[in-house]
Ligand binder design. Structure first.
Ligand code: GDP
Length: 324
């Protein structure tokens, strides 16, 4: 039914409906992001004046540590404050998204029927720029559609977790006792990105030791000045919603600090710069691809092979050609 009708909706109508709270319109806008639709320019232009309100919280940690359970716990606490919440489950390692992945996320079931909660999974679908490109744009959609808080949860593994964390105002790193997570955290550079550390599965043996380890590692790497943020380390048993008050207190304190220190503005500035760069690099790659399928790059390559041109000059000419 609506499929045809919706396809006919103008971007203005779609944006209006999404901003009025239609989950379907929001979902469609995010699909446009995922598909790198040419209509995105128009969408982003329409959304731009309505962005900048949402508090973006990133959650990261190894698979099985309890990200999805913790996300659900945090969502319940935010809903108790009557806030509108968006959840973006991002899978940097998979080109697939949509139904299947979302269907698996049964721990979100408490929230699927809540109209004030948007849940969406997203994968890179292999397009240029991948999630570094698409995550900030999906965040813009949720932000402009009135989400007070957006939780970005990474599913899957990989260094791109760190990349996704860069899109957040507040990054929560989840660990669990006995997973050798402390060592892993130090390796993955996760200590540097964490604003709040949560040792989940605190019902398991070794939770206090893990808390001590992390605290130790944080202070080892510390070169802080007065007024800097000291990442708290809190415990939780997300499957029983235990520790939710401590987690929320840590998050709230970070939010207050972000605002009072001016760091919020700095982070958002950095984020916008990253976003612009990702879009520009994508556009340049596409143009270079066009040159590749045309003759431009081949001609340059042939001249370099023949020794008529050095590769630096050839690259300069390529840059001039794509920029022109
Ligand atoms: P994710 O892969 O990081 O998203 O982890 P999930 O949230 O899917 O949780 C993985 C498993 O750990 C599930 O079976 C959860 O029920 C369980 N789990 C989550 N939190 C806790 C906890 O605090 N204690 C215990 N014992 N199990 C938990």
């Amino acid at each position: 039914m609506a499929a045809g009708a919706r396809a006919d909706l103008s971007i203005d109508d779609l944006v209006r409906r999404a901003r009025e709270g239609s989950p379907r319109a929001v979902a469609r806008l995010i699909s446009l992001v995922e598909d790198a639709s040419p209509q995105l320019r128009e969408v982003m232009a329409a959304l731009a004046p309505h962005t900048g309100r949402a508090w973006v919280i990133g959650l990261t940690g190894s698979p099985g540590v309890g990200k999805s359970t913790t996300t659900s716990m945090i969502v319940s606490a935010l809903r108790a404050r009557d806030l509108r919440v968006g959840i973006l489950a991002v899978d940097p390692s998979s080109p697939f998204s949509g139904g299947a992945l979302l269907g698996d996320r049964i721990r979100m079931q408490d929230h699927v029927l809540d109209r004030e909660v948007y849940i969406r999974s997203m994968a890179s679908r292999g397009h240029l720029g991948g999630l570094a490109w698409s995550t900030p744009q999906a965040l813009r959609v949720l932000d402009a559609c009135g989400c007070d808080v957006v939780l970005v949860e990474t599913v899957g593994v990989g260094q791109s977790e760190v990349e996704v964390a860069r899109t957040a105002d507040t990054t929560v790193v989840l660990l669990a006792p006995g997973m050798g997570d402390g060592v892993q955290a130090a390796k993955a550079g996760i200590l540097e990105i964490g604003d709040v550390f949560v040792v989940n599965k605190a019902d398991r043996e070794g939770a206090d030791a893990t808390v001590r380890d992390i605290r130790g590692m944080i202070s080892l790497g510390e070169r802080r000045q007065a007024g800097d943020w000291r990442p708290p380390v809190v415990k939780s048993v997300a499957s029983r919603s235990e520790g939710v008050d401590d987690v929320m207190e840590a998050l709230d304190k970070h939010w207050d600090w972000l605002q009072s220190s001016g760091e919020l503005g700095r982070r958002r500035h950095r984020r916008a710069a990253d976003e612009i760069e990702a879009l520009a690099v994508t556009a340049l790659r596409e143009r270079i691809g066009d040159l590749r399928s045309g003759r431009g790059l081949d001609d340059l390559a042939a001249q370099v092979v023949a020794g008529d041109l050095d590769p630096y000059t050839a690259a300069d000419r390529l840059v001039a050609a794509v920029a022109g």
